[in-house]
Design a protein around this ligand. Structure first.
Ligand code: 13P
Length: 218
C-alpha cells in the first residue's frame, strides 16, 4: 500500500476530531498533500471503522491513484486549496460554534488575540452546495493569507504546513467562534484588538507570520 504512514495519519486525525467533539457523525474530512498527490479521507465512513487502507490517494488533478472507496465529497475543495497555496494538510469540520458564527457575519473580528494564529480576521466564504467547484472557489478565496475560514451554512476549514498543524488550529478556531458568539449574545458592543495589538500578539505565536496580518483597524 502506498503512502501508508500518511494514510494512517489521516485516520488518526479523524479520530482526534471525533474524540475532541469537533465533528458530528461522519461529517468532516482531512487530507495531506505529498508532492502532486493528495491523501484524503473517504466519504461517509464512520470514523471508528476507518482504516489506513480505506484512505484514498488522488492526484492533484483529482484522478484516483489508489482509492478503493469514494473520496470525500469535498475532494474539489481540498484540491483547490492545495493548488492555490503551499499547505501540506487540511482539516474540515462542522463544529457548532464555527458553523453558527458563519450564519451571522461575513468575517470574525479579532476579539481574541488567537486570531493572529490564523493571520487576522477569519473570513466567511459565501454559501455554495457541499462538494461543488463553486464551494471550492469561495473557500479558497476566503483563505487568502489565512490559515482558517468559515463556510456559510456549512462549517469550518483550517490549513497548515502539515496535517498535524492544521489539526492543532481546529479547536482554536472553534474557541474563537464560541467566545465571539457568547460576547455577541450579551447584546453589548464586542471589544476588538487593533492591528498593532494583533501584530504584537502574532510575534509571540510560533509559526505565525505578522506580515500576513490584515492591517485594517476594524
Ligand atoms: P464526506 O464524508 O464526503 O467527507 O462529507 C462530509 C462533509 O463534511 C461534507 O462537507
Amino acid at each position: 500500500m502506498m503512502l501508508e504512514a500518511e494514510r494512517q495519519s489521516v485516520v488518526d486525525a479523524c479520530h482526534v476530531m471525533q474524540n475532541k467533539g469537533l465533528v458530528v457523525g461522519t461529517a468532516g474530512n482531512v487530507s495531506i498533500r505529498v508532492d502532486d498527490l493528495v491523501v484524503i479521507s473517504p466519504s461517509a465512513v464512520p470514523y471508528e471503522e476507518l482504516t489506513a487502507a480505506d484512505v484514498c490517494v488522488h492526484r492533484l488533478d483529482g484522478t484516483p491513484v489508489e482509492a478503493r472507496l469514494k473520496p470525500s465529497s469535498e475532494l474539489p475543495l481540498h484540491l483547490s486549496v492545495y493548488q492555490a497555496t503551499d499547505a501540506g494538510g487540511i482539516t474540515h469540520n462542522h463544529a457548532p460554534a464555527s458553523t453558527a458564527m458563519g450564519l451571522v457575519c461575513d468575517e470574525v473580528p479579532c476579539s481574541h488575540y488567537y486570531s493572529a494564529m490564523f493571520g487576522g480576521p477569519i473570513r466567511v466564504a459565501p454559501y455554495a452546495e457541499f462538494g461543488t467547484d463553486d464551494l471550492a472557489r469561495n473557500v479558497t478565496e476566503a483563505l487568502a493569507g489565512r490559515k482558517g475560514a468559515l463556510m456559510s451554512n456549512h462549517g469550518a476549514i483550517t490549513t497548515g504546513p502539515t496535517l498535524a498543524k492544521a489539526l492543532d488550529l481546529l479547536p482554536y478556531l472553534e474557541y474563537i467562534c464560541e467566545v465571539q458568539l457568547r460576547a455577541m449574545s450579551t447584546g453589548r458592543p464586542v471589544k476588538t484588538l487593533s492591528a498593532e495589538q494583533m501584530a504584537d500578539a502574532g510575534i509571540g505565536i510560533s509559526g505565525y507570520t505578522p506580515a500576513a496580518l490584515n492591517t485594517d483597524k476594524s
